[in-house]
Design a protein around this ligand. Structure first.
Ligand code: ATP
Ligand code: MG
Length: 251
């Protein structure tokens, strides 16, 4: 089982979109996938919920962490074959205050994931747009992390902060943690974007992935229809971009 966090303290850089659509690609490849929504905004959960909000009741990652429930009790089947979800809800916002001064809390998610090691090939963790306890727990539990960035100066700074936090976690808690790469998302055909791509490449060198996720309305339309792009337009450019991303990070 390989555990991957998708993380950036910058908001709106397509973290959730990447987790959702990579799940679509992995389902095509017959992988057994577990998605964990670590964001109190619960956007990933919402993408799977549709109209009838099936995950609103019952266990979720907040309950598991705060009330020490078994992780298995919160694993739900999704509409994508082979893909399971541990949903989030707003209670996750209380995580930091709940575990104040408890350094062992950083290891909680890693321990919980150990209990499902044989059930899944890949675990993808959708992190919130901050570097607080939820994200740190995710990085301690991960083999590797992927950092989506937009073509702007704020994303550049944010990606550097993420790397610093990950470096600390590697030193203190998880020696195996690797940077899978930095992926440019929502890329538009504009001069300023090209300039930023050059800037990112000079700063992050080979860690900047070759695959770029371009801004495409079909990606938003697919989410609105409650399916990943690989289902919505299986032969379209959008699906191909996420397949290329999965290939490049060797999923
Ligand atoms: N390649 C793309 N083309 C078009 N729209 C996109 C693309 N990627 C993401 N979006 C849209 O951009 C918005 C932000 O994406 P998303 O929610 O995945 O970002 P995020 O990093 O998870 O945000 P947050 O930090 O709030 O969790 C969403 O409305 C999403 O549908
Ligand atoms: Mg998100």
């Amino acid at each position: 089982m390989k555990v991957i966090s998708v993380t950036n303290l910058k908001g709106g850089v397509a973290k959730t979109t990447i987790v959702y659509n990579l799940a679509g690609v992995l389902a095509e490849r017959k992988k057994r996938v577990l998605l964990i929504d670590m964001d109190y905004q619960a956007n990933l959960t919402t993408l799977f919920e549709g109209e009838d909000a099936p995950f609103e009741s019952g266990a979720n990652i907040a309950k598991v962490l705060v009330e020490s429930l078994p992780l298995a009790s919160a694993i739900r089947e999704t509409t994508i074959s082979g893909v399971f979800l541990v949903p989030a809800d707003i209670d996750l916002a209380a995580l930091d205050s709940r575990f104040q001064n408890d350094l062992n809390a950083h290891f909680l998610l890693a321990e919980l994931l150990d209990s499902v090691r044989d059930r899944f090939d890949i675990v993808l963790i959708d992190c919130p747009p901050n570097l607080l306890l939820g994200t740190r727990m995710a990085l301690v539990a991960s083999d590797a992390y992927l950092v989506p960035v937009g073509a702007d100066r704020f994303s550049m700074r944010a990606a550097m902060h993420v790397q610093q936090v990950a470096d600390n976690i590697r030193k203190r808690a998880n020696r195996e943690l690797k940077l899978l790469g930095i992926v440019m998302t929502r890329v538009q055909a504009r001069r300023v974007t090209r300039d930023y791509v050059d800037l990112f490449r000079s700063r992050f060198t080979s860690k900047l992935l070759k695959t770029q996720i371009k801004e495409r309305t079909a990606i938003q339309e697919a989410a609105t229809h409650g399916v990943p792009i690989t289902t919505y337009e299986p032969t379209g450019e959008g699906a191909e971009m996420f397949r290329a991303l999965a290939d490049e990070i060797k999923l």
